[in-house]
Ligand binder design. Structure first.
Ligand SMILES: Cc1cc2nc3c(=O)[nH]c(=O)nc-3n(C[C@H](O)[C@H](O)[C@H](O)COP(=O)(O)OP(=O)(O)OC[C@H]3O[C@@H](n4cnc5c(N)ncnc54)[C@H](O)[C@@H]3O)c2cc1C
Ligand code: FES
Length: 272
């Protein structure tokens, strides 16, 4: 059982949840995620570790209500518990010896951007952020990031061209670009930076089910070989990811998700 110490609605269906999880907070690193279950029979929800405080023993996640499982999480209140929280999962991001880093982010990808920004600055790197302001995918943690480093916003037009333009404008002297957001956005940044010679790391969010490398649901083709985002990622060399396959597989279970959303189980399964 993990205690929820804070639960805040941030508007637009986005919630911030702070968990008292000292063992996770002690070990968390940028790029890692948790798997949360709202109830004993709920689905597993992978969420990025947006922030952590090892001394206080607290980890922070932010999520947007998308369907049945995130709605169940959103119904939780501070003082209540989650039966299962697994983590930290995934590989921490390896920024190598990058000294100047540019982070591109959109929507809920800003959770990962925030975690990386904090970690990079703590490690002595210089970092700046470019955020795409998409109408249906509003950025989060903007003020928190502005308190740490320069943050520029680019107009969102659904094509991610403005954010890519801003990244290219700022590329001089940068030795690493990170991108977090919808796969289309991360792909756009990977494509824009491909010929520049600057290393690029893509934060991916394929379907993560078990999070242990057993089911294959999260497989991503990188450099022609399948890797499991849940244990080998979710960050990969952005110039080596097969984004077309990733995006194609992204909508694979949409019909089942919609059915689950509309379905009320008469046996009570998933209603805890
Ligand atoms: C490593 C990782 C980190 C993530 N971090 C965040 C985060 O910090 N904040 C946030 O809001 N969301 C995050 N997500 C996405 C989040 O897990 C999904 O939005 C959530 O699982 C949706 O579940 P649902 O039942 O509410 O919606 P559903 O109706 O089941 O699905 C709605 C949409 O969410 C996505 N989705 C559903 N289940 C999963 C799953 N198991 N894994 C990945 N995507 C899924 C699909 O695109 C789907 O079309 C992350 C996903 C991954 C893989
Ligand atoms: S989520 Fe099952 S192998 Fe990665």
């Amino acid at each position: 059982m993990i205690d929820i110490c804070e639960m805040k609605a941030l508007g637009g269906g986005v919630f911030l949840m702070r968990l008292a999880a000292p063992e996770i907070a002690k070990r968390a690193k940028a790029g890692q995620y948790l798997i949360l279950m709202a109830g004993e029979t709920s689905e597993r929800v992978p969420l990025t570790i947006a922030d952590w405080d090892g001394k206080a023993g607290v980890v922070t996640v932010l999520f947007r209500v998308e369907g049945a499982s995130t709605r169940r999480l959103a119904a939780k209140k501070a003082g209540e518990t989650l039966p299962h929280v697994m983590g930290p999962l995934g590989m921490p991001t390896d920024a190598g010896d990058a000294k100047r880093v540019l982070i591109a982010a959109s929507g809920m990808g800003c959770t990962a951007a925030h975690a990386h920004l904090k970690a990079l600055l703590a490690g002595g790197a210089q970092a700046a952020v470019v955020v795409s302001e998409e109408e249906n995918d509003a950025p989060v943690l903007l003020e928190e990031m502005k308190d740490l480093a320069p943050v520029e916003t680019a107009a969102g037009d659904g094509t991610y061209r403005p954010v890519c333009g801003a990244v290219l404008e700022k590329l001089g002297g940068v030795d690493l670009v990170l991108a977090f957001g919808p796969a289309q956005m991360v792909k756009a940044v990977a494509d824009a930076t491909r010929e520049t010679g600057v290393r690029m790391i893509a934060g991916l969010r394929p379907l993560v089910i078990d999070g242990t490398g057993m089911c294959g649901g999260c497989r991503v083709r990188v450099n022609g070989k399948y890797r499991y985002a849940c244990i080998d990622g979710p960050q990969f060399d952005g110039h080596a990811v097969d984004f077309d396959e990733l995006i194609g597989r992204g909508g694979f279970y949409r019909r089942q998700e919609e059915e689950q959303d509309a379905h009320l189980c008469r046996l009570g399964i998933g209603r805890d």
